[in-house]
Design a protein around this ligand. Structure first.
Ligand SMILES: [Zn+2]
Ligand SMILES: [Zn+2]
Length: 695
């Protein structure tokens, strides 16, 4: 039987329960014995079934039927002390002693959340409502406005853009320097909504002061192919005169409508605010995206739409598959003595971690759009959520008002759509590597966008590192910390590996071979070195250094964007592949964790090629048909998978090498085999340190 908030479960058994909100918190509201619970469960009562499930670890239903144990099933009501916060029903099962006293051991425990419909008498005590399923409803609009307003007024952290040292600017004011070069102004003529392009290269200038005071919205969405209306040299005039919103693809139309409804007059959408057939304009605007997303009043995230024609202001179906129990209708007596009803329920997946990914997180560009934002309205496939740098809320459900995030819980209720704030507590290089793991799983319509689509993000992290006295150098997608000559973490940047060799290919981005941005395919970054503080790094690795590095930028005004090439010179020892003797070795074509960390019986030298072509190169290197070398980045360390480093081949006798993969060791856990240990130890024995120039 499927229950919804419109047709909740109800039956003669649960109708015996009347919750009294006049009673103090934690007062037992209802009790019964084994017989009643078993009978109610048999009659398929959803509420009493929750008792049985909570007991499952201790007593199964069959045992319960025949048991002589004296059990007490009780229901309490709990409410967080703050106003507007959720209330729960707590179901417990206790054993009763012969003298009738309740024993302390709790045999079963289960929690159900409560909500009630608008207009019900119980609303005086219960502030939570069923999830709102229509994102165009007055309730959704009011939710959006309220979240933005309380974030503006109450969250000082959210008034700052990332890396911005300018603190308080007043609750709503936007830094005039961050106002986009162009905006869409929303104008209503004869009750029809129009968008009109204003700003650079259009007839109407941007009224900076007005925009600074009133703010603007920005859209994050999937194009999903070419768009029918774009800003080009040919359409500037037409858009400058204003076009009816009805002519736009549905997602853009929805964004314009919503912006207008929440009381904003200006909107930024990439397709209509960047001249798509003007390379200089694109480079200029992409380099300013950090400001646009960081300073906009709100980011509208069209999470559920995989293409711009789909739209995101669409009625949702109630997500009944997510109800573990309920909704169960229960009678309630309110604290002011009136009678109403509430619904009790439990969700399987409150944090939405098990739901299929939203289309928006499959696209490359949207990663930085969310991370750089300070406030996001997320239109997911199920519900409407709000997230900002410190708090979350849901439209309906159990976060009716902005609820401050607790450290280490979750970023937002939609996986991989959140601001960067929660990551600020981690080292910048670590954050960056983790973002790259996510980013390289996403799709890019144009492969040369590989570096541009995360350029604003990279540029925003540099000042964050500077605040922590780190000297970060951005090398074609690698965030290298050069502040401490004895900081060996730079190896992590170079020791990325591909997830699946066969689905990875080189792309003509101009990126050097040692950067993941030279490849199309999922990357797994490395965060292993140094292993631990007791590893005497300085002593072990003092001679392995990153000596020189550099990239040639595609465009000087975009230092975090595409490159035409790059090099590194690493002071390290090398070993030609064909001269390695006595080792077990294998080529790993996959890096998925289960195969990488598989148990082995003996020590193996593992080659992880970047591409299929790389695999053939390694094969030829093994046979001595091509000069292929191992470059030692991390030297032998007893308990590690070391030595480890890069596999390179020399570029036609130029003295410069190109990367084809990485190597490492796999060995049985707790390996005490002295012979195998010795093999690892002497891999680079006899090799001299040299400057290895890799492009
Ligand atoms: Zn029932
Ligand atoms: Zn906020």
């Amino acid at each position: 039987m499927i229950f919804t908030s419109k047709s909740p479960h109800t039956c003669e058994y649960c109708q015996q329960v009347t919750l009294d909100f006049g009673l103090s918190r934690d007062t037992v509201q209802f009790t019964c014995g084994v017989k009643e619970v078993v009978a109610a469960d048999q009659a398929r009562c959803n509420l009493f079934h929750a008792f049985i499930v909570s007991l499952e670890r201790e007593i199964r239903l069959e045992e319960l039927r025949s048991t002589n144990r004296n059990l007490e099933f009780s229901i309490r009501f709990e409410k967080e002390n703050l106003p507007d916060f959720p209330a729960d029903l707590v179901l417990t099962v206790n054993e009763i002693a012969d003298d009738g006293a309740r024993k302390n051991n709790v045999l079963g425990y289960s929690r159900l959340s409560l909500w009630t419909h608008e207009g019900n008498a119980a609303t005086v005590d219960i502030s939570t409502r069923p999830y709102e399923l229509d994102p165009a409803s007055p309730l959704s609009i009011e939710f959006s406005r309220r979240c933005i307003r309380s974030c503006q007024n109450d969250h000082e952290q959210c008034r700052r853009s990332i890396g911005d040292i300018m603190a308080r600017q007043g609750p709503t004011l936007i830094d005039p320097n961050s106002i986009p070069s162009r905006l869409l102004r929303l104008v209503t003529k004869n009750s029809e909504l129009f968008v009109q392009l204003i700003g650079r290269s259009s007839p109407s200038a941007i009224e900076s002061e007005t925009v600074s005071h009133e703010g603007f919205a920005i859209l994050s969405y999937c194009w999903g192919g070419p768009q029918p209306i774009q800003l080009t040299r040919d359409t500037v005039d037409n858009l400058g005169n204003g076009i009816p919103v009805a002519q736009l693809p549905k997602s853009l139309r929805d964004a314009a409508w919503l912006t207008n409804e929440i009381g904003l007059k200006y909107l930024w959408i990439d397709a209509l605010c960047i001249i798509q057939d003007n390379v200089e304009d694109k480079i200029h605007e992409i380099s300013r995206m950090e400001l646009y997303y960081g300073q906009s009043t709100v980011t509208i995230c069209a999470a559920s739409a995989s293409r711009c024609s789909e739209g995101f202001i669409l009625s949702r179906d109630e997500d009944v598959a997510n109800y573990k129990f309920g909704p169960i209708k229960l009678r309630a007596k309110t604290s002011i003595g009136t009678f109403g009803s509430v619904q009790a329920l439990a969700e399987f997946d409150y944090f939405n971690g098990r739901r299929p990914p939203e289309p928006i997180i499959l696209r490359g560009w949207t990663l930085q759009e969310a991370l750089l934002s300070r406030r996001i309205l997320i239109f997911s496939s199920y519900h409407l959520y709000f997230t900002c740098t410190v708090a979350n809320a849901s439209c309906g459900g159990f976060e009716p008002v902005l609820k401050p995030r607790v450290m280490t819980t979750y970023q937002s209720r939609v996986a991989n759509v959140h601001t960067i704030s929660g990551l600020r507590d981690y080292p910048v290089t670590y954050v960056w590597r983790n973002l790259i793991n996510d980013y390289t799983q996403r799709y890019l319509g144009v492969s040369t966008d590989k570096l541009p689509a995360v350029s604003a993000l990279a540029s925003s992290l540099i000042p964050m590192g500077r605040e922590r006295n780190q000297k970060l150098v951005y090398l074609a997608g690698l965030m290298v910390d050069t502040s401490d000559p004895e900081n060996y973490s730079w190896r992590n940047e170079f020791l990325w590996r591909v997830y699946q060799m066969r689905s990875t290919s080189r792309i003509p981005t101009g990126s050097p071979s040692w950067s993941w941005s030279s490849l199309n395919g999922r990357i797994i970054t490395c965060s292993r070195y140094p292993f631990s503080s007791n590893w005497n790094i300085a002593e072990e690795t003092e001679d392995i250094r990153l000596c020189e590095y550099g990239v040639e930028l595609e465009n000087k005004i975009a230092p975090f964007s595409a490159v035409k090439g790059g090099f590194v010179k690493i002071h390290a020892r090398t070993k030609e592949l064909s001269t390695i003797q006595g080792h077990n070795h294998k080529i790993a074509t996959e890096s998925n964790p289960t195969t990488v960390f598989e148990k082995t019986d003996y020590t193996t030298l593992v080659f992880v090629p970047d591409t299929e072509e790389g695999m053939y190169t390694i094969d030829r290197g093994n046979r001595g048909e091509q000069r292929v070398f191992l470059v030692e980045l991390v030297p032998f360390y007893e308990s590690g998978d070391t030595p480890t480093g890069l596999i390179v081949t020399d570029a036609e006798g130029t003295g410069r090498y190109t990367r084809v993969g990485i190597f490492e060791y796999q060995h049985p856990e707790d390996n005490r085999n002295a012979e195998e240990m010795a093999l690892r130890k002497v891999l680079f024995g006899g090799s001299n340190l040299e400057h290895v120039h890799i492009v």
